[in-house]
Design a binder for this molecule. Structure first.
Ligand code: ADP
Ligand code: MG
Length: 236
């Protein structure tokens, strides 16, 4: 497993001209490792995640995902193929959890899995996997609660558990700790690190929070669409 971006450029329409959000970006993230991306607001961090997650097609460059069943060129997939690849191989965690108000925590995970639903046995497998992941994020006792009955931190943990339902080859995470206090934030990052390593997912994590960078395998900084490597800071 690995994610490789080669010479990726992305522009957006901006009045009469174009705004360059990603400027010839190179990035390689081996499976089981976490690449952290920092940088000022508006520098292109979310655009990078959107390209890696096939949500936006770049203007130029290659985006390759190596999985156990072969290498996939993500930059040129059709919309339809991209949706399938996302569902089957990616875990995507954005800042806002986007949970469905009417569903309980365990149902949020089940609905994402799309695992048949036809046979009773299949449903049983999906349910036990969902409960196992909720346990892993410390929500075993909250599986039957709806989003309104959960705290912000608990909702973010449901969000992360949901992203792991399909054993993703690629995990992209945008500022997962921005709505959490520092203790909860540390717990969520621990969880992402554990999962990335145990599931061998290539993980790209955007974070503003410098206190966790020493736990990342590589740290990058985005400035005006340029991605550069930073030294990994020593553990405090
Ligand atoms: P960050 O996540 O680092 O704050 P973004 O990737 O969201 O940065 O944005 C990078 C630049 O692209 C910013 O100047 C932003 O205003 C612009 N931008 C982001 N999304 C769009 C869009 N859909 N259309 C036009 N411009 C956009
Ligand atoms: Mg952003």
């Amino acid at each position: 497993m690995a994610l490789t971006l080669t010479d990726v450029t992305l522009t957006y329409a901006d009045g009469a001209g174009r705004l360059t959000a990603l400027d010839r970006v190179h990035l390689r993230v081996p499976g089981g490792t976490i690449a952290a991306v920092t940088g000022p607001s508006g520098s292109g961090k979310s655009s990078l995640l959107a390209v890696a997650a096939t949500l936006i097609r770049p203007d130029a460059g290659r985006v390759e995902l190596d999985t156990d069943s072969g290498s996939i060129e993500l930059a040129t997939l059709s919309r339809r193929a991209a949706a399938t690849i996302r569902r089957e191989t990616m875990g995507i965690v954005f800042q806002q959890p986007n949970l469905i108000p009417a569903l309980t925590a365990v149902e949020q995970l089940e609905v994402t899995a799309h695992l048949g639903g036809r046979s009773r046995a299949r449903r049983g497998v999906t349910r036990s996997r969902a409960l196992e992941l909720l346990d892993l994020v410390g929500l075993a006792d909250h599986a039957r609660k709806r989003p309104a009955q959960l705290s912000g931190g608990q909702r973010q943990r449901v969000n992360i558990a949901r992203a792991l339902m399909n054993d993703p080859a690629l995990l992209v995470v945008d500022e997962p700790t921005s709505a959490l206090d520092s203790e909860r934030g540390a717990a969520v990052l621990d969880l992402i690190a554990t999962i990335a390593r145990e599931h061998r997912a290539a993980t790209v994590l955007v974070t503003h929070d410098p206190t966790h960078l020493h736990r990342m395998d590589a740290v990058y900084r985005m400035t005006d669409g340029h991605l550069s490597t930073l030294a990994v800071p020593a553990a405090a």
